[in-house]
Design a protein around this ligand. Sequence first.
Ligand code: TYD
Length: 137
Amino acid sequence: MDIRNSQIIDLPKILDKRGNLSIIEQYKNIPFKIVRTYWIYDVPGGEKRGGHAYRENEEFIVALSGSFDVMLDNGKTRMKFSLNRSYYGLYVPKGLWREMDNFSTNSLALVLASTPYDAGDYIYDYNDFIDLNNERK
Ligand code: TYD
């Protein structure tokens, strides 16, 4: 997977003195149908999440509150994205190793996913991930 397919996507922002509003519509703001939504919260200081790749699942990650970092790796290149605003998010294509860390107190990570939860879609071992990438070439 080409790591350059991952990208920060700006979301519509409706500014209002009563409070701001942002929007995500499938296929319009993000390039997949939203099949699943989950969120990560109450992360203790210093903890990491992720540490795996998906074979098929694509995701879009937004820091609805607070901040955290997402590290993406295609087996050759690593890129770090710092998410800290609720009006943009990170599109993560399938087939990339990903780790999340540096969560601030009270951070809230919203994750939109393109597939139903499937434990078989995960690659948990980094060496397996590298082997799979090499087989695909
Ligand atoms: P996991 O995806 O490994 O979390 P992260 O990548 O954020 O560290 O999931 C942690 C646990 O939650 C694991 O036991 C599977 C379960 N889980 C579900 O049951 N459904 C889901 O949609 C997700 C994302 C996780």
